[in-house]
Design a binder for this molecule. Structure first.
Ligand SMILES: Nc1ncnc2c1ncn2[C@@H]1O[C@H](COP(=O)(O)OP(=O)(O)O)[C@@H](O)[C@H]1O
Ligand SMILES: NC(=O)OP(=O)(O)O
Length: 310
């Protein structure tokens, strides 16, 4: 099977207070073991990943360094996050594959994704980036730096930025060629670098695309069989974090759409995962999406855990 695996933040970082490069590589080394288990079952993997915490921190580094060295624009920070995270996944995955006596090449593709310059996402910022703040810190940053702030699923306050929808993956032919030739590809990291078309040229824009929606685009474009979204929770829940919380196992798209209308999924966190899953499953008969945690990925592929949307 051809599987697009979307790695969420918890596969890339330990906790919000431990952001060293060493810590990121260590957690990725643990995460890739689950991915190599999938590869050993004979599946072809295309890996995407988030970058919300990482791009937020790169932007903070740029803000602090202002006056010493020029600040890089958002699109360049997005490219930096793709390179940084792709490098660690590429190294960790390559080492794990070698250790298990397998032969497979791993390559990261710096990926640009075309967005519509008039996308509503530019007017209404929804993508949380960077660290979590207390309410007081968040209000101070709003005042001092003009950040847009939201409360993020009961986990604290975060800066939000524009998040236009992904329309077209610029490097799709390269990705397809590498996948078709048996390579493991890391692409559309951080949702891809958002670019707009200006005549025959591309121009980077100030935004962060949602990686789950970008993963849906990629999974459709390479004709994947499964979109596997790995995050911090083992399942999608109804009435999440309430006393009547209930995990979803196998769900059809009609039922899932009903739950969206009832407001069960938080925008900026679970909602894009559910929307990406529905979009992928609806696009072709036989396609399946799974939302689960990294440690449940393998059992979920056997239909034994996670939320499976068919
Ligand atoms: N209905 C829901 N079911 C499960 N998790 C939910 C739900 N609504 C919001 N969430 C939150 O969404 C989080 C996943 O989104 P996010 O942290 O943005 O993902 P990522 O792993 O891609 O960074 C979960 O860890 C949980 O805190
Ligand atoms: N770009 C993006 O969606 O990142 P996260 O998954 O880390 O939020």
């Amino acid at each position: 099977m051809k599987i697009v695996v979307a790695l969420g933040g918890n596969a890339l970082q330990n906790k919000d207070s431990d952001f060293t490069s060493e810590s990121q590589l260590n957690i990725i080394r643990k995460s890739v073991k689950h991915l190599v288990d999938i590869i050993e079952k004979g599946h072809d993997l295309i890996i995407t990943h988030g970058n919300g915490p990482q791009i937020g921190r790169i932007i903070i580094q740029n803000e602090i360094a202002k006056g010493i060295t020029p600040a890089m624009p958002f699109d360049v920070c997005g490219a930096m996050s793709q390179g940084m995270i792709g490098y660690h996944i590429q190294q960790a995955l390559g080492d794990e594959i070698k250790e298990r006596g397998k032969k497979k090449s791993v390559a990261t593709i710096i990926t640009q994704i075309v967005v519509d310059k008039d996308d509503d996402g530019f007017k209404n910022p929804t993508k949380p980036i960077g660290p979590f703040y207390s309410k007081e810190e968040a209000l101070r940053l709003k005042e001092e730096k003009g950040y847009e702030i939201i409360e993020d699923s009961g986990r604290g306050y975060r800066r939000v930025v524009a998040s236009p929808k992904p329309k077209k993956i610029v490097e799709i032919e390269t990705i397809r060629t590498l996948v078709d030739n048996g390579n493991i590809v890391i692409a559309a990291g951080g949702g891809g670098i958002p670019v707009i078309e200006e005549g025959s040229k591309l121009r980077g824009v100030e935004a962060v695309i949602d990686k789950d929606l970008a993963s849906e685009r990629l999974a459709k474009d390479i004709d994947a069989d499964i979109l596997l979204i790995l995050t911090a929770v083992d399942k999608v829940y109804l009435n999440y974090r309430k006393t009547n919380e209930r995990g979803l196992n196998k769900v059809g798209v009609v039922e899932m759409k009903k739950y969206i209308e009832q407001g069960h999924f938080a925008p900026g966190s679970m909602l894009p995962k559910v929307l990406a899953s529905i979009g992928f499953v609806e696009s072709k008969r036989g396609r399946k999406a799974i939302i689960t945690s990294l440690d449940k990925a393998n059992t979920a592929l056997c239909g034994l855990s996670g939320t499976i949307i068919e």
